[in-house]
Design a protein around this ligand. Structure first.
Ligand code: AMP
Length: 118
């Protein structure tokens, strides 16, 4: 399936809609989730046009993949959750409950996030 260039995260990357930025580098942008599910809820997205985790790993360069995951760690540091701990979630595709078709990692924390329920 072709990447949808009109998805909301593509618009954020192009600066067409605002975001509450936590961190940005050549590989990734991290910003607060608009519907925070926990006291800390940061989304990290690669700068490239990748729809899912599978697409990113299949088609992203080694530099993009490494740069992206480093950015996830930096964003967690900046959000203040590295010491206390946090949960990473990647919803992938329809069965995975992915709503925005641009690969992203959720960082959840700022207190106990509870047990995994599904
Ligand atoms: P997912 O279900 O994994 O695709 O998650 C998409 C996430 O994007 C949800 O947690 C939404 O709250 C979040 N979201 C949607 N639009 C925006 C936006 N404009 N700024 C920040 N977060 C957003």
């Amino acid at each position: 399936m072709a990447y949808d260039t009109d998805n909301v995260f593509a618009k954020i990357l192009r600066g067409e809609i605002p975001s509450a930025k936590v961190y940005e580098d050549d590989f990734a942008l991290a910003f607060n989730d608009i519907g925070a599910a926990r006291p800390v809820h940061v989304l990290v997205i690669p700068k490239g046009a990748y729809e899912t985790q599978s697409d990113f790993i299949a088609n992203g360069s080694d530099a993009e993949v490494l740069g992206f995951w480093r950015a996830v760690s930096v964003a967690a540091d900046l959000a203040g959750v590295t010491d206390g701990g946090y949960r990473l979630i990647v919803n992938t595709g329809e069965d995975g409950g992915q709503e925005v078709p641009h690969f992203h990692v959720h960082i959840l924390g700022g207190g106990p996030v509870g047990r995994m329920v599904s």
